[in-house]
Design a protein around this ligand. Sequence first.
Ligand SMILES: [Zn+2]
Ligand SMILES: [Zn+2]
Length: 563
Amino acid sequence: MDINILRHSTAHLLAHAVVELFPGTQLTIGPATEDGFFYDFVAPRSIKEEDLDHIQARMWELSQKNYPIEHKQISKDEARVIFKDNPFKLELINEIPEATVGITIQGDWIDLCRGGHVACTGDIKHFKLLNVSGSYWRGKRDGQALQRISGTAFFSREDLEEFDRIRQEAALYDHRKLGKQLDLFSFHEEGVGFPFYHPKGKAVINAMINYLRHEQDLAGYKEVQTPMMLSEGLWHRSGHWNFYKDNMFFCGMDHENYAVKPMNCPGAFLIYNERPRSYRELPLRVSEFGMVHRNELSGVLHGLLRVRAFTVDDAHIFITPDQIESEVLGIIALLKRVLTKYGLTNIKAFLATRPEKAMGSTAIWEKAEAALKAALDKVGMAYEVDAGGGAFYGPKIDFKFTDSLKREWQCGTVQLDFFQPENFDLTYVAPSGQKERPVIVHRALYGSVERFFAVLLEHYKGALPFWLAPEQVRILTITDDAIAYGQDILNQLKAMQVRAVLDQSSDQISAKIRTAQVEKVPMMLVLGKKEVEHNTISVRTLDGKQEMGVSVEAVKQKISALR
Ligand SMILES: [Zn+2]
Ligand SMILES: [Zn+2]
């Protein structure tokens, strides 16, 4: 049986319990989600985390009563009588195109529902309520405010226990907690949803960007920077205004309306169109570490994972239709190399193909989809096909990886686009002298730099690998006599662009080492009287290993090998 059926049935069980415990509660919807379920309510009083145990206990009682779960179709008029006091259900009933609607009955409790349940409430045994949060009716910020209870359910106790174990471990290494402990970033009421990077957090972001910048340079990309805000007319033309305006920030300039960019695409198109292009320039790979702003609902903001301002490692690649396969092959190879550098190897691809309503000829779609498949096959990457799941303007590949806590994350995307070349009248001069339309590839590898950073922090439990660590080396002096020697080594490391710090405080060496360990500094160079005399270094790593009497040259070589 599909686990979504069990989870949706558990959402019913939750709603049943809440209605019994909080009479007068209005139910809205309760779907299964990727890793559980939720139900959204309007309750007579605010439901708190402390209430969850109580609600869960009532759910357990209802499960033990083992009510049969009955589902049947009734006329809309009958349904309107049953749900006469619930404006949400009435709205849903009115929207259902069929003449009848489905209802679910367990015991004396009824819900409006499409169906798909387990047979009896007793089939629901291994479940857990996870949290309470705020939401809005239909996810719209001007909609009625609702309370959401989320939970999960599994078929076996072992699966639930495994979920719980991973969840507890994840809470221990929550990036928001690590961000505070390691002094990486913070959030402030004065800019809700906007991250503030502290020196150490910024050092990691810079390392991530500089590494990718170098890889992209090797792969023939040219980096640009386009403005943070652009005229509203441009966003009308690009179509973003139509689809995205609820999530965009607007402002004015020179008596004209401007919008803060929610995406980087149009800027790249304007650069392309600045002068005539020849086929000789293609593929033209225009990259941008572009900060975008999106007005997410405050309830869904979540540390660096969900913010209102983030940096996309964007690229727009202009190609001829014949270059699709080779270009996508190059992108996937680059993605693989980059993720491997981060220690992420379990990568899966999802290919979304032509939807029913699509623009462009069938011929170009077939050609493009075949090219994407060929590229995935050639690079030997496992993929699933989401038939009909593509955007109307072109097929795409999404990439996901699994982290050390066995969670799956989406990172990069390769999106082909047949629409914007027409829309922005982009052309190149073909060998024949004729003007032709290029195909655009929208591409990101990290996706959001902020989100990728958060995932890395949790994946590595705060102990980032040497090349990425905000502070790579800490020099610790045992006595004041070693300070001058330590300063000299610091200067040499800084000249090599190593992120190094000299701790010359008067603390005991054992305390200095402990502090460096808590702050997850991967390499400690300990300097005492003996080291000064012999011009050597005692090297300690985060795993507790220590090597005495290492020459300065040998330490430098060690460091170079780690970068
Ligand atoms: Zn149902
Ligand atoms: Zn784009």
